[in-house]
Design a binder for this molecule. Structure first.
Ligand SMILES: [Zn+2]
Length: 172
């Protein structure tokens, strides 16, 4: 009974732009639901034969997939970052984009897999979904409305803020 209960409590992946296409989740802690399926042992033949259009995994797992052809991957990569793990850098994003040519969405999750902050289709920071989430070193909180229309505060990496400033300075 205990096992069943703990299984039931596992969260479902919150897909960035619903409805979720076939999505392979390569970390544990989640529950398979609808089109999202958990492959607790990471990328495998089984995961490949599921033909995912999106993959959700830790940044290091996504990075390790770069040499692997995944023709079904047409929708998105979701980088799942737990507390204490490094966030996705701009360089990593660039490498993933060059390898797969699909949008990358970062999500912060807690140890139990619950969503703390998530990147939207505007790709302009991570909407804070939980008040318990503090910014990390190198991040600021942005409160201006987002391009997606939502007004919740967002975490933005300082390196991104500085890049935008440089672009603005060139445009002047
Ligand atoms: Zn947004």
């Amino acid at each position: 009974m205990q096992l069943r209960n703990s299984w039931r409590k596992r969260p479902v992946l919150v897909y960035p732009i619903p409805p979720a296409p076939p999505t392979a989740i390569l970390v544990d802690g989640f529950r398979s639901s609808g089109n999202t399926r958990v492959f607790e042992n990471g990328w495998s033949e089984e995961a490949a034969s599921f033909a995912p259009a999106a993959i959700a995994a830790a940044p290091a797992q996504l990075d390790a997939l770069r040499g692997t052809p995944i023709p079904s991957l047409r929708n998105a990569l979701i980088a799942l970052v737990r507390p204490g793990e490094p966030r996705l850098t701009e360089d990593e994003r660039e490498r993933l984009w060059r390898a797969f040519r699909v949008p990358v969405f970062e999500q912060r999750i807690d140890e139990a897999g619950c969503l703390l902050a998530s990147e939207c289709e505007a790709h302009d920071g991570l909407h804070i979904e939980s008040p318990e989430l503090p910014p990390r070193d190198g991040e600021v909180i942005e409160t201006t409305p987002c391009g997606c229309g939502r007004t919740s505060p967002r975490l933005i990496a300082l390196e991104r803020v500085e890049n935008l400033r440089k672009v603005a300075a060139y445009a002047r």
